[in-house]
Design a protein around this ligand. Structure first.
Ligand code: SRM
Ligand code: SF4
Length: 569
């Protein structure tokens, strides 16, 4: 109950106090924005602005130079959209492109959660930028902060009707769990506050959730959303071509702190089956249990995964059922065969065509011959379908009639959007988080390092005649795991500039975590270690055996259980 959160906030973490005193996320944001002496917001407002979809950042490449010049850091803001299932119309695309060009750093960043990010917006243009995004009929409410965030939905375009059903369910869930405060509309869109109105948050209460909360919908056999990395998940069960319900998953999450064994990545458990009509009630049971049971004192331990491990899965499940008002049915059989994207053109069941383009590290920008921002602008100008962001930072030009394919292909070639045709499987499937220079938590490079790292591993693959090996590589600049590195067959997790933990042995279905293989090593060590393992893989793998599975079978990393279908207690 909301009252419970308010009581806990008295002894809660500093963030709990900021939320409690924020008058439903207003804080002093209006005053902070009006202060033209600094590019920064007041401290508490830096926390509150996250709930409006933005983070204050500074250019870390310039930090030292500016410090020496006695200048304040080069502050700017990252803005993240709430785009459930990552769908945007061509009209919206053109507006977002114009915003990126006018207010941000002339790039659109596709995130690992099917959202757009803008980087480099300065404080005095923040209000105009958020208003312009809203005018494109996309908002940024609850894209960040301790609330249910942007909801993922399978991007697989082949099953058009199932996709549409699941996407509608994901969108409805996203809207149901939006904060009800009018703060966003007042601060960014100049909505008048209704005098004497008695505002309250019926689901969240005034201290919202203990921590961020993430929800995803998957459509087997593709686990493109990495369902088991989410706090709450729904795995569609399809019978006779229709969605009959969903297996419910709870307790996934990846954030960890180096050297602190009380924090760890955890895959979600499957706890039962719900009908489409039961989805919202089940989600409300999970979210309100986490609201009331979650740790509000120690933020490092406040995600749902720790609530479940601390209280026990059986107790958690019983409480969810009590709140939902029904008993969960037994989980149904499901099978995932991979967790990446499939590139190039595919024909959907309704004879519409869908083109998945590779966007390296999700960065849509004009760079040399690859003029991605301009090319996608040109496509948006002639495209009559829609765009879909994938949870693997790629982009689908979706719902194209057969007759329009040629024109799109011509633009893809003209603007260098055709990486999907030439890149190795390693490059196509690699993920990297943003990291430096904007992420304040980065310990090492990720996005900027990815192309070079891939080239070096590609050279080793070629040396062992493994160029076509489809190996999933993921790199994160710190252990928070924004590129979901703990599901990489090979993964680097940043430790310090130029140094990484090498993680090995996840599967390619998003069902087995990898494990630490070597700690705090340099590029030379990384390449040598990977090279030696590739040499063994080339000689000893069995037919169709994936690299991660090979590493487990040969004992390079210890086997960890896959996701069981029954409840784990
Ligand atoms: Fe993330 C914090 C970027 C997906 C776990 N994440 C951040 C911040 C906001 C840094 C900060 O707090 O100051 C990063 C902004 C960097 C920048 O300059 O843009 C950031 N996270 C991203 C994105 C953009 C990575 C990307 O390259 O695509 C993804 C945006 C998703 C979105 O659209 O909402 C992103 N972050 C993830 C994921 C993957 C996922 O959700 O599927 C995870 C792991 C799953 C999870 O949540 O457990 C993830 N991000 C974190 C964490 C660790 C949370 C924890 O439980 O400890 C943090 C740090 C925190 O919350 O304190 C974090
Ligand atoms: Fe930043 Fe770390 Fe997330 Fe990378 S994993 S974006 S470095 S918080």
């Amino acid at each position: 109950m909301p009252g419970t959160c308010i009581e806990m906030s008295a002894s809660g973490s500093p963030v709990e106090k900021i939320k409690a005193g924020s008058r439903f996320l207003r804080g002093t944001l209006v005053e902070s924005l009006a202060d033209s002496f600094t590019g920064s917001l007041r401290e508490d407002d830096q926390t509150l602005i996250k709930y409006h979809g933005s983070y204050q950042q500074d250019d870390r490449d310039l930090r030292e130079e500016r410090r020496q010049q006695k200048l304040e850091p080069d502050y700017s803001f990252m803005i993240r959209t709430r785009t459930p299932g990552g769908i945007a119309t061509p009209e919206q695309w053109l507006k977002l492109d114009a915003i990126a060009t006018r207010y941000a750093n002339a790039s659109l960043r596709v995130t690992t959660r099917q959202a757009f990010q803008f980087h480099g917006v300065i404080k005095r243009e923040l209000k105009a930028t958020l208003a312009a995004i809203n005018a494109s009929l996309i908002d940024t409410i609850a894209a960040c902060g301790d609330v249910n965030r942007n909801v993922l939905s399978a991007a697989n375009p082949l099953l058009s009707s199932v996709h549409a059903t699941v996407h509608a369910q994901a969108k409805a869930l996203s809207e149901y769990f939006l904060p009800r405060t009018r703060a966003y509309y007042e601060i960014w869109l100049d909505e008048e506050r209704v005098a004497g109105s008695d505002e309250h948050e019926p689901i969240y209460g005034e201290t919202y959730l203990p921590r961020k909360f993430k929800t995803a919908f998957a459509v087997p056999p593709v686990n493109d959303v990495d369902i088991f990395a989410n706090d709450l998940g729904f795995i569609a069960i399809i019978e006779g071509g229709a969605v009959v319900g969903y297996n419910l998953t709870v307790g996934g999450g990846f954030g960890a702190t180096h050297g602190d064994p009380t924090t760890y990545p955890r895959l979600a458990d499957v706890i039962g089956f719900v009908t489409p009509e039961q989805v919202i009630a089940a989600a409300e049971g999970v979210i309100t249990t986490q609201r009331d049971w979650g740790n509000r004192v120690e933020r490092k331990r406040s995600r749902l995964k720790y609530t479940i491990d601390d209280r026990g899965l059986a107790a958690f499940k019983a409480e969810v059922e009590r709140r939902a008002g029904f008993t969960l049915a037994p989980a149904r059989e499901f099978l995932f065969d991979h967790n990446g994207d499939r590139f190039g053109w595919v024909e959907g069941e309704d004879s519409r065509w869908h083109l998945t383009l590779r966007i390296e590290a999700g960065r849509i920008i004009d760079r040399g011959e690859r003029r991605l921002l301009s090319g996608l602008r040109a496509i948006a100008q002639i495209h009559g379908g829609d765009f879909r962001l994938t949870p693997n930072q790629n982009l689908i030009v979706a719902n194209v009639p057969a007759a329009a394919r040629g024109a799109i292909d011509a633009l893809v070639a003209e603007y260098g959007l055709d990486l999907y045709r030439s890149a190795s499987p390693l490059r196509l499937n690699a993920l990297a988080c943003v990291a430096l220079p904007t992420c304040s938590l980065a310990m090492a490079e990720a996005e900027r390092y990815l192309p070079d790292l891939v080239s070096k591993i590609e050279a080793r693959l070629a040396a062992h005649a493994l160029t076509d090996a489809d190996i999933h590589l993921r790199i994160s600049g710190c252990p928070n795991g924004c590129s979901r590195p703990y599901l990489g067959e090979i993964a680097l997790v940043g430790k310090a500039p130029g140094r990484y933990n090498l993680m090995l042995g996840a599967d390619h279905r998003g069902q087995r975590l990898n494990q630490l293989h070597k700690e705090n090593i340099s590029e030379k060590d990384i390449i040598e270690t990977v090279d030696a393992l590739l040499a063994r893989y080339a000689k000893q793998r069995s037919t169709d055996e994936r690299f991660g599975d090979f590493l487990v079978r040969t004992g390079v990393v210890a086997a960890k259980p896959r996701i069981p279908l029954e409840v784990r207690t």
